[in-house]
Every structure is written in structure tokens, then in C-alpha cells.
Design a protein. Structure first.
Length: 395
């Protein structure tokens, strides 16, 4: 199970080759600048030559999924995919934030430096224009790294505010900022949380060794490769998307028994713990239920189910069919729910969302929901944590 990890999500590029036991056979580093397309292939060949390994002997190939440089992420992933296709190796993807948070050396330091029920680790990667990509992970006392919340992008103050929110729900006061972004913004981070950037971890840049350490267990488990994590979409892509959305007729209407079959199909495609037909039908008769269906081109595109009571409400489910995502369906359902809440004098709505469901967290935060709590191991299928988000009228 020898493997190769490609780290070129920034101008600092690395390639590492690992043997079947997980030990590093070669590790090459180059400041690539903006020459990802030109320099990456020779860097890979040099790493393979130093390891005295042929490409056909690779069992897996890993690439950084971002966030980072748009060009670097795309070139690295495309190169890894081509290498995997040519050799039959398994393709594995790891985000730059996961790699920083999952480094073995950081684990050992975190267990001794962060003495709390959960240690908060915030990897930081430069995003241009003095912005940062910030990830949020908790490290348990056993050394397990678990994603805690969706990453953010913005000035250093945004990264600090995200840490402050999560420290409050974790009920701890210790945080580690790591990665090249932490080195760049050390003064501001230390002012907010003294001692939070020491000892340094990967201040010089991202590491292919960290990437390989996270990727190798996934390769052994046969895990698939998720899509790239850009956090901030390209401006050209957003312009085209907004123009397309303006031409699409979206209809919202009441959720009825006739919609249960279509909703079940979406549930099974979207969720690992889908609701049952009995649950849907049982809740449709509830006096406080506010359930809506979204249709595009006459087809069921998504739905939401919430309970609105005396001053408070709870959003139990919101789902969008995979073929209708990024077409404004979820946004329309959320706006409709909040409008109905105001009409009924409901001034507080809560919901639970998986810690790994970044798209949903970004959606809800964009419409005024804020972090209110954490439920550890909430989801029965895989023990994943749930974030409790809360919306308040007028907030």
C-alpha cells in the first residue's frame, strides 16, 4: 500500500512518497510560485526517483482539496486523478485544513499543551487580500481530530470570532492557531489569545507528510474523494450562477401527503439516516407544523418541515434534491420560513446541523442563524457531532 501525496494548494509545493507501513520514503519541496502546471510533474518524478519506486507500484494517490489557491488546488487534483487513472491507484482527497489539524506531531503537542475536555485547533491558510481560510477542529484527549464547524474566510478578526463562538459552546478557554496563516497574523492572534500560536506548527507552509498521514487511513478504508473545498467561489462562477437563477421559475407551496413519496426519494439520496414515510405522514397532521415544497420546472426540488409554536420554533428538516442544488432552492425555503415566523410572532428558531455539513452551515449563517450549542455524538449513524444553531428576530 505505498502511496504518494501531492500538496500544492499554495505557492509552497511538496510531494511525499510513503511505504506500505506509512513511513516516508521521499519528501521533496519547492517554492513553486505560480508555476503549478509547469513544475508539479517534475516534482512528482523526482519524489518517485528518490523513493526508488515506479508509479505503477502506487496503491493510492492523495491530493489537497483546498482551500487555497484556485489554480494550485485544481492542478494538484487533476494531476493526482490522472496519475490514479494511469496506474490504477486509489484517489484520495484531504483538505488543507484537515491536513494541518491532523498532523501527528500536532496531536502529540495538543495532548500536552491543551488540557481540557476538548482542545480547539484552528488551522489558518492565506486566502489573498490579507484574508485567511480558517478551519475549526476539536482534538479529544485520546488524540482524535474531529471537525467542529464549517471553515470561514475573511480577515483575521473573522477567524478569531469563529474561535470565540466555539470556545463558548465547548466551555473551554484554550485554542491553538496553526499553519502559515497563524505565523502571518501572530500579533493579532496573540493579542486575542496569549500563547495561542506557540509552539509553532507548520508556520513555513503546508506539508505533504500531514496530507499523507490523513489520506492513508482513508485509502485503506476505501473512502471516496469529496469535491474540492473552495470556501469562497470564483467571482466569474458566481456571476453566471446569479444570472441563471434569475431566469428560473421557483414555486413554493404547502407540503401534502401526495409529496411524501417524492420527499422519501430525496431523503434516501441526501441523508444517511432518512426519515420514514410513517414519520412524514404522522407529522403532516400536527397543528404547529409548517411544511413547504419547492418546485422547479414542475418537479420536486426540495422541501422543509418546521414546527412554529408560541414564540419559538424548530426547523426539523430541509433537503434539496442533488440535481437542483446551487439553484436557490434552500435559500428560498429558509427565507419563506423566516417570513412565516415573523407573521406568527415567532422570535426564535433552532435547528441541528452536522458539523461536517458545511454548505448548510454557510446557508443558515447567511440568514442570521448563530451558534448556540454543541451536541456531541448526536447522529446515530456515525456518532458525528451536531451544532445547534439559533435565529432570533431582530438580531
Amino acid at each position: 500500500m505505498s502511496g504518494l501525496a501531492i500538496e500544492c494548494a499554495t505557492e509552497h509545493a511538496e510531494v511525499a512518497v510513503m511505504d506500505e507501513r506509512g513511513f516516508t520514503r521521499s519528501h521533496v519541496i519547492e517554492e513553486i510560485g505560480h508555476g503549478h502546471t509547469r513544475r508539479l510533474a517534475p516534482l512528482i518524478q523526482r519524489a518517485l526517483d528518490q523513493a526508488k519506486l515506479g508509479a505503477q507500484q502506487l496503491a493510492w494517490v492523495a491530493a489537497d482539496l483546498g482551500p487555497g489557491s484556485f489554480t494550485g488546488v485544481r492542478v494538484g487534483l487533476a494531476t493526482a486523478e490522472a496519475l490514479a487513472l494511469a496506474t490504477g491507484a486509489r484517489l484520495v482527497g484531504v483538505t488543507s485544513l484537515e491536513a494541518l489539524a491532523g498532523g501527528d506531531g500536532l496531536h502529540r503537542e495538543s495532548l500536552s499543551v491543551i488540557r481540557a475536555r476538548d482542545g480547539l485547533v484552528v488551522p489558518l491558510v492565506g486566502a489573498g487580500r490579507r484574508d485567511l481560510y480558517a478551519g475549526y477542529f476539536r482534538v479529544t484527549r485520546t488524540g482524535e481530530t474531529r471537525v467542529l464547524a464549517a471553515p470561514r474566510v475573511g480577515p483575521v478578526a473573522e477567524a478569531i470570532e469563529g474561535a470565540r463562538e466555539l470556545l463558548a459552546v465547548l466551555k473551554i478557554d484554550r485554542v491553538r492557531f496553526v499553519g502559515p496563516g497563524a505565523a502571518r497574523e501572530r500579533d493579532a492572534l496573540e493579542h486575542a489569545y496569549p500563547g495561542s500560536t506557540f509552539p509553532e506548527w507548520r508556520a513555513e507552509g503546508l506539508s505533504a507528510i500531514d496530507l499523507a498521514g490523513v489520506a492513508r487511513p482513508r485509502a485503506l478504508d476505501g473512502a471516496g474523494t469529496p469535491p474540492p473545498l473552495y470556501v469562497r467561489p470564483a467571482q466569474a462562477e458566481e456571476r453566471v450562477r446569479h444570472q441563471a437563477l434569475a431566469r428560473q421559475p421557483l414555486t413554493l407551496r404547502e407540503f401534502t401527503n401526495d409529496d411524501v413519496a417524492g420527499a422519501l426519494e430525496i431523503e434516501r439520496r441526501v441523508f444517511t439516516d432518512p426519515w420514514t414515510a410513517e414519520f412524514f405522514r404522522g407529522e403532516l397532521g400536527h397543528s404547529m407544523l409548517y411544511a413547504r415544497v419547492a418546485e422547479l420546472d414542475g418537479r420536486l426540488a426540495g422541501y422543509s418541515m418546521a414546527w412554529l409554536g408560541s414564540g419559538v420554533g424548530h426547523l426539523g428538516n430541509l433537503a434539496v434534491a442533488p440535481g437542483f442544488r446551487r439553484r436557490g432552492v434552500a435559500r428560498a425555503l429558509v427565507l419563506d420560513l423566516l417570513d412565516q415566523a415573523r407573521r406568527r410572532d415567532v422570535d426564535q428558531i433552532t435547528l441541528e446541523v452536522r458539523s461536517s455539513n458545511f454548505a448548510a452551515q454557510w446557508l443558515y449563517r447567511a440568514h442570521g442563524f448563530r451558534l448556540a450549542g454543541l451536541r456531541r455524538g448526536y447522529y446515530r449513524d456515525n456518532g458525528e457531532d451536531a451544532l445547534v444553531l439559533e435565529w432570533r428576530a431582530g438580531a
